[in-house]
Design a protein around this ligand. Structure first.
Ligand SMILES: C[S@@+](CC[C@H](N)C(=O)[O-])C[C@H]1O[C@@H](n2cnc3c(N)ncnc32)[C@H](O)[C@@H]1O
Length: 196
């Protein structure tokens, strides 16, 4: 296990060096804490990148991970990473647009990590809600991206994130909070089938 941890740490460091974003250490720690505390059977990562966060979660659980990634090069890397960690039989990667793939998926998932284009978070929220098990958690990364101020060119994106958070906190089917880890992590537990 230690070898695998080191191998994963090296891949995460390389991704960060190459500015190919992956979950920050503190965001990953929150996700890992969740799988340690509540065994997860199925995990969905929307915006899987090189698959490194799914790999970390799979190494710490017996879950099956489903990833969605639209960038072909990152898909190649993700498949190679699942293979390198012997996780092929516990990982499924869909290559393409999350907006097209999400409606084809069936739940329930115990954990959904929403880490795709922030401009689409709001659009993906109803699908996340549909796919998440009661008691499961939606994690949405980077929701405080502009906490220190919004550059004029990013106003539209900042508004999209704000609207996502408004919808999330107004939804009676979630109990939500924002953790100040990474660039802000929304953590929303699905609490029942209450309609928004
Ligand atoms: C921040 S990176 C993901 C990092 C990954 N979650 C991790 O922790 O290692 C965001 C990824 O989402 C992908 N992405 C963005 N919007 C997407 C969409 N609408 N459908 C599928 N993939 C998307 C990008 O290509 C990129 O690889």
């Amino acid at each position: 296990m230690n070898d695998r941890k080191e191998q994963l740490a090296a891949l995460r460091a390389a991704a960060m060096r190459e500015r190919d974003p992956t979950a920050s250490d503190d965001v990953l720690a929150v996700l890992l804490n969740e799988v340690r505390e509540r065994p997860a059977a199925r995990i969905l990562e929307i915006g899987a990148g090189r698959g490194l966060t799914s790999v970390a979660l799979l190494l710490h659980s017996a879950a099956h991970a489903v990833g969605i990634e639209r960038d072909p090069q990152r898909c190649i890397a993700a498949r190679a990473n699942f293979c390198a960690f012997d996780l092929n039989d516990r990982a499924t990667l869909f290559e393409g647009e999350a907006a097209e793939i999400l409606p084809m998926l069936e739940g329930p998932f115990d954990i959904i990590f929403l880490d795709a284009a922030k401009v689409q978070y709001r659009r993906f929220l109803p699908e996340c809600r549909r796919l998440l098990a009661v008691g499961g958690v939606l994690f949405a990364d980077d929701v405080l991206l502009f906490a220190d101020g919004v550059p004029p060119k990013r106003k539209m994106l900042a508004r999209h994130i704000e609207e996502f958070l408004e919808d999330l906190f107004a939804d009676g089917g979630f109990s939500a909070q924002i953790l100040r880890v990474g660039k802000g992590l929304a953590v929303a537990r699905r609490i029942g089938d209450v309609d928004a």
